[in-house]
Design a binder for this molecule. Structure first.
Ligand SMILES: *[C@@H]1O[C@H](CO)[C@@H](O)[C@H](O)[C@H]1NC(C)=O
Ligand SMILES: *[C@@H]1O[C@H](CO)[C@@H](O)[C@H](O)[C@H]1NC(C)=O
Ligand SMILES: *[C@@H]1O[C@H](CO)[C@@H](O)[C@H](O)[C@H]1NC(C)=O
Ligand SMILES: *[C@@H]1O[C@H](CO)[C@@H](O)[C@H](O)[C@H]1NC(C)=O
Ligand SMILES: *[C@@H]1O[C@H](CO)[C@@H](O)[C@H](O)[C@H]1NC(C)=O
Ligand SMILES: *[C@@H]1O[C@H](CO)[C@@H](O)[C@H](O)[C@H]1NC(C)=O
Ligand SMILES: *[C@@H]1O[C@H](CO)[C@@H](O)[C@H](O)[C@H]1NC(C)=O
Length: 377
């Protein structure tokens, strides 16, 4: 009996010992990367240079990631082998030669500085009366407003986007039934002009490549329904600005960056990208309605333009859960960080640094772009 207890006890000690040593964290640099000075950076270079040849090769560089992609609150490194390999591929450290300290400093200046000191903006998408309490209210949509109000104190820059439609806009059910509006339809998706209603789709002759959903008339320019919902607290924001979208009567606009299909077309873009560029914004945080349309599309365009993008899921609301799930998949596929309001303070202050955010920036710096970036004055 006694020996059995003793051997169980010994086995437990051995198990704890093995656990401690096999699950220990990856090698981490001891200094707080956020506040590293030049001397410490020399020390970091020597720390990474394991074989002491004054060069850092790819496997040595990889050891930086456990310090770079780190959460101070949870005291853990983010591990994501796939993203780490994609970043290394983009940095393209020469196989034989590695990089010296000068080249390391260049990478530091181009990429790491932003990972450690991002400039963030909160984008509040379409929190307008019509979507909250007006002509097309989103069920439980107003529940996100206190969350957004609370979030604003983390940001110097806050953007309010507005759906801002002319009265005869192509997205309105009322427009297809108004005899004074002449906008030929080439595809009724099995309906007729008489039976078309909210939720149906059409294709118009003016933009045959675009499938248009029909909605109740909403957010008509200057109307009460188009104003920001009154419980949104806009006081005490240092730097706020508006972006209006959907002004072209013949084409809908979901993303706050451009009309449908327009991110690479200067004539379809809004002012948002240049407004963010002029402020040096590197990171955007998304809130508002609707998850599966305007907020999601804004996030996807932001990622295309190389903004590190965080989607604050508990500050966004959807209309249709099926489409919301599809959009969520598209967002994660395209390296949006999906987060909750609790994460925001740590991320904005860079005490929580996610690999996805690092990857999006690496792709912007070293990736090959199919389209030139939109030019701003
Ligand atoms: C709205 O909130 C109520 C109460 O929390 C909940 O029962 C209901 O399912 C919610 N509806 C939607 C569509 O989220
Ligand atoms: C669509 O518009 C027509 C004409 O204004 C109207 O009769 C119909 O009720 C509308 N559909 C909905 C769901 O409101
Ligand atoms: C239209 O109706 C036809 C025949 O009922 C059907 O085969 C087709 O899938 C429908 N198309 C759409 C877009 O609903
Ligand atoms: C834009 O911002 C200003 C100042 O914050 C505000 O008074 C105005 O109503 C906003 N709306 C639009 C659509 O410009
Ligand atoms: C939600 O979207 C799906 C997929 O587009 C569609 O099949 C379904 O009818 C929609 N549900 C509602 C309630 O509109
Ligand atoms: C998600 O992406 C797929 C493939 O690009 C596209 O067909 C689909 O419409 C997208 N869904 C949403 C909700 O954006
Ligand atoms: C998002 O990712 C999917 C899957 O990788 C891709 O097919 C799609 O084109 C992407 N969408 C955007 C808007 O970048």
């Amino acid at each position: 009996m006694f020996t059995q207890t003793r051997s169980l006890f010994l086995a437990a000690i051995i198990a704890i010992f093995i656990y401690e040593y096999s699950s220990s964290e990856p090698l981490r640099f001891n200094f707080d990367l956020k506040h590293i000075d030049d001397n410490q950076r020399d020390e970091l270079f020597r720390f990474l240079d394991i074989n002491k040849d004054k060069k850092i090769c790819e496997t040595e560089f990889k050891n930086l990631f456990s310090s770079l992609f780190y959460s101070t609150r949870h005291k853990t490194s983010y591990k994501d082998d796939k993203i780490e390999s994609m970043i290394l591929e983009l940095i393209a450290i020469p196989k034989e030669k590695g990089i010296d300290k000068t080249q390391f400093d260049i990478i530091w200046g181009e990429w790491i500085v932003t990972v450690l000191k991002p400039r963030s903006a909160l984008i509040v998408v379409d929190v307008q009366n019509d979507f909250m309490i007006g002509s097309m209210p989103v069920e439980n949509g107003t529940k996100i407003v206190p969350v957004i109000n609370d979030l604003m104190k983390n940001f110097e820059t806050v953007v309010f986007t507005y759906d801002w439609h002319p009265r005869n806009h192509c997205s309105f059910n009322e427009s297809v039934h108004d005899p004074s509006i002449h906008r030929p339809i080439i595809d009724y998706y099995n309906k007729t002009r008489d039976t078309l209603t909210v939720g149906d789709r059409v294709r118009y002759a003016v933009h045959p490549d675009i499938t248009q959903y029909l909605w109740d008339r909403h957010c008509v320019q200057e109307s009460e329904g188009s104003q920001l919902y009154h419980e949104l607290n806009q006081d005490h924001i240092k730097d706020k600005f508006n972006v209006t979208k959907g002004m072209d009567p013949d084409i809908d606009s979901y993303s706050a960056f451009a009309d449908v299909g327009g991110i690479h077309n200067p004539e379809r873009r809004t002012t948002l990208h240049c407004d963010l560029q002029s402020r040096g914004i590197t990171d955007v945080y998304l809130t508002g309605v609707l998850y599966e349309f305007c907020v999601g599309s804004t996030a996807l365009d932001a990622l295309t333009l190389g903004y590190r993008t965080a989607f604050i899921e508990d500050a966004v609301h959807e209309l249709n859960t099926t489409r919301q799930k599809e959009m969520r998949q598209n967002l994660t596929d395209n390296y949006s960080s999906i987060i909750t309001a609790d994460d925001v303070n740590d991320m904005v202050t860079a005490y929580d640094r996610r690999p996805q955010m690092g990857y999006v920036l690496a792709k912007k710096i070293w990736g090959t772009h199919n389209h030139p970036d939109p030019q701003c004055q």
